[in-house]
Write a protein that binds this ligand. Sequence first.
Ligand SMILES: *Cc1c(COP(=O)(O)O)cnc(C)c1O
Length: 344
Amino acid sequence: MAKRTEPYIPGEQVSRQDSIKLNTNENPYPPSPAVITAISKEMERGLQLYPSPTANELCQKIGQVYGLAPEEVFVGNGSDEVLAFSFMAFFEPGKKIRFPSVTYSFYPVYAKLFDIPFEEIPLHEDFSVPIKRFYQSEGGVILPNPNAPTSLYKELDQIEAIIQNNPDQVVIIDEAYIDFASGSAIELVAKYDNLLVIQTTSKSRSLAGLRVGFALGNKTLIDALVRIKDSFNSYTLDRLALVGAKAALEDQVYFKKTTEMIIKTRQKTSDMLTTLGFNILPSQANFLFVTHATVPAEMIYGQLKEAGIIVRHFNKPPIDNYLRITIGTDEQMGKLVEKLKEII
Ligand SMILES: *Cc1c(COP(=O)(O)O)cnc(C)c1O
């Protein structure tokens, strides 16, 4: 058992009150005020009762927002849990799955935990995903779009080609950052019964602290996830999470406003960092993946940290000279740029 478990290491959570936290891709804006109202009401209603084991109302709301039936929606305690259940439900020992060599570092953790062999497909020199190398996989495919930590987005026709070329395997598209990009694979769910799209309320809906993720796919896939969930825990989402997430999904106006603000700040920050000599990958996420022409990433990381600005540095080739910087408010990014001017 010990050799199978090699836990994921999350980005650090800091205690310093004045620090600027740009290391775990949280949203700099609070959730919609409607979320707080819904949670307060639910608290008054009484936490002595178990929550709904089917999360039917939340599934219905998510389905309504994305044009799917509630039976095509699964919800879980963060998309991390939905991902873990999906590995168990759709991938099996003895059949190699594929994911990119540079990607979300939870995938190899789950694969090892569940004894699923995997093949890490090397990215192109420019960090883009080599689409054809994901065709005809033995055990299935998992791919984030946009990819993390590279921030790069793949056009939908390329994603569709991967799905078409794995007709007997499940293809999971992890869309944690899709709301900051230009097109979701959800529109393909009705067309392909081997596609599962996973999203989260942690990033674009400012609810990382509430832990609500969801999967969209045809009823057979969703049923398989429900069976796994019901073999662990009937109530993965508590009452506050259920009503809070539902309220967030109902407030599309607030969601669009804050998402657009982040996209604008992303552009501004990217322009400013370019003038400082950074090379920045064209991001379609709420973070930038950057490297500097002359100053090593590790040094920049350390000096920012001393100044109370936390970004993410992955000490692992080929990305060890890169930094992943979450997009904060304009004010936070201004402070970041000021500090970087001193360092460089
Ligand atoms: C943040 C992130 C997740 C996890 O999101 P939670 O819903 O907070 O568990 C999953 N996949 C990727 C690629 C992420 O960056």
